[in-house]
Design a protein around this ligand. Structure first.
Ligand code: NAD
Length: 254
């Protein structure tokens, strides 16, 4: 049953740039007020201003999603400033790629912390409001790397982990009309992949061209391709879709 909402409040982590920024803008265009969280509040300004310029409501907050206290304060600030958050997009992410024999403890721990601990802390904090509202949406960013990718033992492990996390949240919170789904992007042209191009010692342009040749639809993805999927998962229309992983990669993945 969909009782028509007044204005939903969403939180998007890592929303200063890239995929997170596109999702934040898209959810605002869909009619939601958006808490724009990233490491530094200053960095959120462009996303917040773009949303406000388009007539939406947004609040920028600096918080590290791996830090429990900062997560608690950030979610509280959204609740105070915009209203009870019932939509959460766990998007904040980093890469620390290296072949296993060169991967440091720090490379491993930081990637696990940002993706897994970050999604856990944010979801635990936001579900209180979702349960209270008896409605909610949790969307977490997985990746095609969950299926295995050279140089990414840490990242592949956490992106697969987020799929298990998603399915479990879907089971535990389904009774409150809370759905949880994961989006697994393929190659999306963002700053995150610039460092991958550098590591492979090719220009970003060459890297994009090479990637596009391997993708069935013949192009790399754009942040808006992911925002389209997030928009559906955060909408009223997806209320019977939960615990799913949608590969948005320009071609079939497992
Ligand atoms: P990006 O590097 O452009 O943006 C990530 C954002 O997360 C940055 O603004 C960064 O400051 C923020 N962030 C990092 N650590 C944080 C922390 N501890 N707390 C709060 N914010 C933090 O990356 P992107 O390409 O837009 O990727 C977004 C998400 O999509 C990530 O989870 C990534 O793993 C996933 N993804 C990206 C691709 C791709 O091809 N770009 C593919 C698959 C999955």
């Amino acid at each position: 049953m969909t009782d028509s909402p007044t204005e939903r409040v969403a939180i998007v982590t890592g929303a200063a740039r890239g995929i997170g920024a596109a999702i934040a803008k898209r959810l605002a265009a869909d009619g939601m007020a958006v808490g724009v969280i990233d490491l530094a509040e200053d960095a959120t300004a462009a996303t917040v201003e773009a949303i406000r310029a388009a007539g939406g409501r947004a609040l920028g907050i600096g918080a590290d999603v791996t830090d429990g206290e900062q997560v608690q304060r950030a979610v509280q600030a959204v609740a105070d400033g915009l209203g009870a958050p019932t939509v959460l997009v766990n998007n904040a992410g980093i890469l620390r790629d290296n072949l296993i024999f060169k991967m440091t403890d720090e490379d491993w721990d930081r990637v696990v912390a940002v993706h897994l601990r970050g999604a856990f802390l944010m979801t635990r904090e936001v579900q209180r409001y979702q349960v209270e509202a008896k409605w909610g949406r949790v969307v977490s960013l997985s990746s095609t790397s969950a299926l295995g990718n050279r140089g990414q033992a840490n990242y592949a492990a956490v992106k697969a982990g987020l799929q298990g996390f998603t399915k479990t949240i879907a089971i535990e919170l389904g009774r409150y009309n809370i759905t949880a789904n994961a989006i697994a992007p393929g190659f999306i042209a963002t700053d995150m992949l610039r460092q991958t191009a550098e590591r492979m010692k090719v220009s970003f342009e060459q890297f994009l061209e090479g990637a596009a040749r391997e993708i069935p639809v013949g192009r790399v993805g754009q942040p808006e391709d992911i925002a389209n999927a997030a928009s559906f998962f955060c909408s009223e229309a997806s209320s019977f879709v939960s615990g799913q992983v949608l590969y948005v990669a320009g071609g079939p993945k497992a």
